[in-house]
Design a binder for this molecule. Structure first.
Ligand code: SF4
Ligand code: SF4
Length: 371
């Protein structure tokens, strides 16, 4: 955390001007907005679309918008989308053929991106993706020049559990600016921590004031208190060992009796990264191209090798997803594949809760986490 004397205060109108400044400086600004009864992420042409006064209610298999009794802009927890879609898009053209059959590489977007309102768990997810996709030039190009405005969490959602993974609720690194929103008798404002020289340069283009010591302390207390408001946690201990030693657990077949293998959990997860490539030809037969799209380990074809799929059962596919996410991800990338955002819990149509399933495995006594 930057020193108290470096914290600035941005009033509510200042947030609008911050968006204007980022646009003027050539950034493509992406932030939260209400669409289709959810808070989604989209391109902002002004601050007018920000979800002021909207909150959400979440539970396993449930997500509902609700009206807040204040005008908080960041008073909502994670929605169905994550920032992944702007760094590692769901569908990406790789190349096509031109009229003469010549090879035409796909154009990459040129604009630098500014993400507004990134939670600490999602900052951690971007860092995880950076390790996973370290060799991807496309990811690196999109991430280069990224400007990140974090939003520290003071009201976690019902399915959040970032505190048990150490990825939230406060942003500790990886941001240019970090906002903590407060609405009290001193007004609606944002305490701003500066995390980079570019953050300082942009903030200098917006009117701010020095923060009083006590309002910094209150904002810090709000964020620290959010950790204690989370009703979920992954079991403590060595989850890698837990998953390794749980291979033959009866818990997997019980989960499979509920799991629809729909793949929603992988689509909403901010760190799931798998893709498939496909060739497409139009009906004239004159144009063809290759594209990359997100794939899911819940697809039957995902594990297809030489004549058949390796994981034909739902049991095998759920076990693969969770064992990779919480276990072997450490072996591959030196980090957990889960940042505790809770999206897979809210958006699972069967209400399957990764924290509850991990607790069941731990309760069986498998691995260090069960001891
Ligand atoms: S755990 Fe839930 S979201 Fe994931 S594949 Fe199964 S039913 Fe779908
Ligand atoms: S596994 Fe679930 S809680 Fe963990 S990062 Fe992915 S979507 Fe979020």
């Amino acid at each position: 955390m930057p020193a108290v004397e470096d914290v600035r205060v941005l009033d509510r109108g200042g947030l609008d001007r911050l968006v204007e400044v980022l646009l003027r400086e050539g950034y493509r600004v992406v932030g939260p907005m209400v669409r289709d009864d959810a808070i989604v992420l989209g391109e902002l042409t002004s601050s007018a679309a920000l979800p002021a006064g909207w909150g959400v209610e979440t539970a396993p298999g449930r997500y509902r918008l609700r009206r807040r009794d204040d005008a908080a802009v960041f008073g909502h927890s994670a929605g169905p989308q994550s920032w992944k879609r702007f760094l590692h898009p769901p569908h990406r053209a790789l190349w096509s053929t031109g009229p003469g059959g010549e090879f035409v590489p796909a154009e990459e977007p040129g604009a630098r991106q500014a993400f507004l309102g990134v939670r600490a768990c999602d900052l951690a997810a971007i860092a995880v993706l950076g390790k996973v996709l370290a060799a991807s030039g496309a990811f690196a190009r999109r991430r280069a020049g990224l400007f990140t405005v974090a939003a520290n969490c003071t009201e976690p959602g019902e399915v959040c559990f970032c505190a048990s993974l150490g990825t939230g609720p406060g942003a500790s690194a990886g941001y240019d600016l970090a906002l903590t929103e407060r609405i009290d008798d001193r007004g609606h404002r944002f305490l701003v921590d500066v995390g980079s020289p570019e953050g300082a340069r942009i903030l200098a283009l917006v009117t701010t004031r020095e923060a009083a010591d006590d309002e910094v302390a209150l904002a810090r207390d709000d964020v620290a208190a959010a950790a204690g408001k989370m009703g979920r946690a992954l079991p403590p201990g060595d989850l890698r060992a837990l998953l390794r030693d749980s291979r033959d657990s009866p818990v997997w077949s019980e989960i499979a009796s509920r799991c629809l293998t729909c793949g929603n959990c992988t689509m909403v997860c901010p760190t799931c990264f798998c893709t498939s490539t496909e060739e497409v030809t139009d009906v004239t037969g004159e144009h063809t191209g290759r594209a990359e799209r997100w794939a899911s380990c819940f697809e039957l074809d995902f594990s297809y090798v030489h004549g058949g799929s390796v994981r034909t059962s739902g049991e095998g596919r759920y076990r693969q997803w969770m064992s990779h996410k919480l276990g072997t991800w450490h072996d591959q990338f030196g980090t957990s594949g889960c940042v505790g955002c809770g999206r897979c819990i809210a958006w699972c149509p069967a209400g399957i809760d990764i924290t509850a399933e991990a607790a069941k495995l731990a309760g069986e006594g498998a691995g260090d986490a069960g001891r």
